[in-house]
Ligand binder design. Structure first.
Ligand code: SF4
Length: 436
């Protein structure tokens, strides 16, 4: 029996792909190990979105190559593998295998060939590939990711994803629902649907609204989340379905990237600042108490101080509950490489700091206002420093003093304090809840 170790970087889609790889390899007799020193095969599932992520992987590949003893195979898979292809083999003599996200079905055969001494690359796009017949091997727990769509057709000028994950394609609704039924039967009560622009899901007959409603019918699914949606794919149908399906959680991560129309145009985002804010208003009106988080890029080519001021004002206007902020990172192979007027690093760093201060301040202010409220919390896992970590429907993390076997339980929790970003809380009894 062969042992495989997989190290995963990047987004939740990559985490879900790692589960597929464990499924593919499990069917061919591989067992999973969590220590690379014990592995016959080491795979690094990579991200290509930022330069920094790729540099980290390059360093990690160097470290893992120390464990290449007794014929162990070292492979680089995922988006960085797709982006660099054979170049990666040339740059990294210790790497045996380079496989893109559409090549995992044949992983065991590729490993076998690599074991025979061939260094291989498989970066073909397979637009039909959904790994439909491969049962993902997931970690036990009350939550699960379910990929409903692969690839992206939007081609934002800063983004490498359309070139590493290929064109958009959606799974059939009946297949997704079938997978969710199986997960619910095994005790999973929270599902997160994954797609690059998840709310543009369409299987030829059914759209994302249909998908939400269908999954909402599955017995045992208490919470339904999705990531990442694209702003203009929030049609009225989708928003109505979100409001109508009780399992859909009151949180949306809604990447905006910039608050300035000229910058949004250069990014080839397909909305204006005004349209984005209209979506925010519709979501808030349809789903009371919804929290919104976002992604913002600072220092995109051509961004002036007044464009940046518009991003700052949009953060306030949208009243985000949280935000992930990034300094623009030039990616070879993306259209933005050809844009002029690159923002000097120092200036971009200074703008980023101002944005971070604004977002953090806003998050902190809003979270302080939540202390004392009672929330429905799902206990997810043990916290690193003791206690248990749970999550509210609105995506707030809460540290709880509960036993380890409470994973998967739902509790009514009073939030007792906040660090500004996470909370502490105490469980309250049903009878206490009744008199609130
Ligand atoms: S929508 Fe834009 S940012 Fe998102 S994956 Fe597609 S190209 Fe990248």
């Amino acid at each position: 029996m062969k042992r495989v170790y997989i190290e995963t970087y990047g987004c939740q889609m990559n985490a879900a792909d790692t589960e597929i790889m464990f499924g593919v390899l499990g069917e061919r007799g591989y067992t999973r190990v969590d220590d690379p020193a014990l592995a016959d095969v080491m795979l690094v599932n990579t991200c290509a979105v930022r330069d920094h992520a790729e540099l980290r992987v390059a360093g990690r590949v160097g470290e893992l190559s120390r464990h290449k003893v007794n014929g162990a195979i070292l492979g680089v898979v995922g988006c960085m593998a797709q982006r660099l292809g054979p170049t990666l083999l040339e740059q990294s003599p210790k790497v045996d295998l380079v496989v893109g996200p559409d090549g995992y079905r044949h992983l065991a055969d590729l490993i076998q060939e690599a074991s025979a001494g061939r260094r291989l690359t498989d970066t073909a796009f397979r637009s039909w590939e959904h790994y439909e017949d491969v049962p993902p091997v997931r970690a036990a727990g009350p939550t699960a990711f379910v990929t409903v769509q692969r690839g992206c057709d939007y081609k934002c000028t800063f983004c490498i994803v359309p070139y590493t994950r290929g064109p958009e394609r959606s799974r059939q609704l009946r297949d997704v629902v079938g997978e969710v039924l199986g997960l619910a039967a095994s005790g999973v009560s929270e599902i997160t649907l994954l797609g690059q622009t998840v709310n543009s899901y369409h299987d030829g007959r059914s759209d994302f609204a249909d998908l939400l409603r269908a999954i909402g019918e599955v017995d045992g699914v208490k919470r339904l989340r999705f990531t990442s949606p694209y702003p203009t794919d929030f049609t009225d149908r989708v928003i109505d379905a979100m409001a109508a399906v009780p399992a859909v959680c009151e949180h949306v991560h809604l990447p905006v990237q910039s608050g300035s129309n000229p910058v949004l145009r250069r990014m080839l985002r397909r909305y204006t600042r005004e349209q984005y804010l209209e979506v925010v208003a519709k979501l808030r009106a349809a789903i009371p108490g919804i929290t919104l988080s976002t992604d913002i890029i600072v220092g995109f080519p051509g961004e002036t101080e007044s464009h940046f001021a518009e991003t700052m004002s949009l953060v306030e206007a949208a009243d985000f509950d949280d935000g992930y902020t990034f300094r623009y990172s030039l990616r070879e192979g993306t259209p933005a490489v050809k844009l002029a007027d690159h923002v000097p690093e120092g200036q971009a760093a200074e703008r980023l700091q101002r944005l971070i201060d604004l977002v953090r301040g806003q998050t902190r202010r809003k979270n302080l206002g939540r202390v004392g409220t009672v929330q429905d919390v799902l206990v997810e896992q043990r916290a690193k420093r003791g206690g248990m970590l749970g999550r509210t429907r609105t995506n707030l993390m809460v540290l709880l003093d509960l036993p380890e076997d409470s994973v998967g339980e739902y509790h009514q929790v009073r939030l007792t304090g906040t660090t500004g970003s996470t909370f502490t809380g105490t469980t309250i009894t049903q009878s206490a809840l009744a008199v609130l």
